[in-house]
Design a protein. Structure first.
Length: 253
């Protein structure tokens, strides 16, 4: 899926909601129910592979069948494998084949720690995206990500400026946590025309309004992921997704 196509979906729905399909124990029927209820309000789905890997081969089968279900019934939705992989050479290439060939995801999350040659094999697949971890939503992110380098530049900023040279804005986006609202603006300044995938809204306490204010561009270029606050919502996934999308819609002209 191209950047233009994804942004068109965002503009049409007046929503940049990405639903995290993080359910335990994993269940295809539960996933189908969540997807059917949230599809009118979401533009993307992001299963975290850890939940499926923990269930062994049955979990992987559920993940494959979940992707097939979305592809067949909701083909305009963007699919992200939240795998957080990071390796080099043949290993990276096999990871890329897993998520792009076997499962047909649109994108996969990657760690940039090992540098360009851990990312390059994923870029060999046309019309597929890589999503680099830059400034995450967990408390210990400050251990490394915001640390200043010798030249006074934060590590996360160095990652963005370097990775901006690896691929265009229709192939590479960044993960930026919503719980660091005061820094979202700085990430957007470093990546003015890149998509940002933003977790941390909902259970982790990030603000939808703050994220929209600082991260959304005129075209869109933003995916706000919500997992537990939707899939575990007492009011049901559909009502929760509608509520989150409704808070995004005023930011679209």
């Amino acid at each position: 899926m191209t950047r233009q196509t994804l942004n068109r979906e965002i503009q049409n729905k007046k929503s940049c909601l990405c639903v995290g399909l993080d359910v335990s124990p994993v269940s295809l029927e539960i996933n189908k129910r969540i997807i059917d209820q949230t599809a009118p309000y979401a533009v993307a789905y992001k299963p975290n592979t850890a939940f499926y890997e923990a269930a062994g081969w049955k979990g992987w089968k559920c993940l494959e069948e979940t992707v097939m279900y979305i592809r067949s019934k909701y083909p305009s939705h963007f699919l992200i494998a939240d795998a957080k992989r990071g390796d080099i050479g043949n290993t990276a290439r096999e990871y890329a084949r897993t998520f792009f060939e076997r499962m047909d995801f649109d994108a996969v999350t990657l760690s940039p720690y090992m540098g360009y040659d851990s990312v390059a094999p994923f870029l060999e697949f046309e019309n597929k995206w890589i999503i680099l971890l830059v400034l995450t939503s967990n408390p210990s992110a400050t251990d490394f990500q915001t640390a200043e380098m010798k030249e006074g530049q934060s590590l996360y900023r160095k990652i963005i400026e370097t990775a901006n040279t690896w691929a265009g804005n229709d192939r590479l986006m960044y993960v930026t946590g919503a719980t660091r609202g005061e820094m979202i603006k700085q990430v957007r300044e470093a990546a003015p025309d890149r998509f940002l995938l933003i977790p941390g809204v909902g259970t982790q306490g990030g603000s939808v309004e703050e994220v929209m204010r600082y991260a959304k561009t005129q075209q869109g270029d933003i995916l706000i992921n919500v997992s537990r606050a939707i899939v575990q919502s007492p009011e049901g996934p559909g009502a929760a997704a509608r509520s989150f999308a409704g808070r995004m819609s005023p930011f679209f002209s």
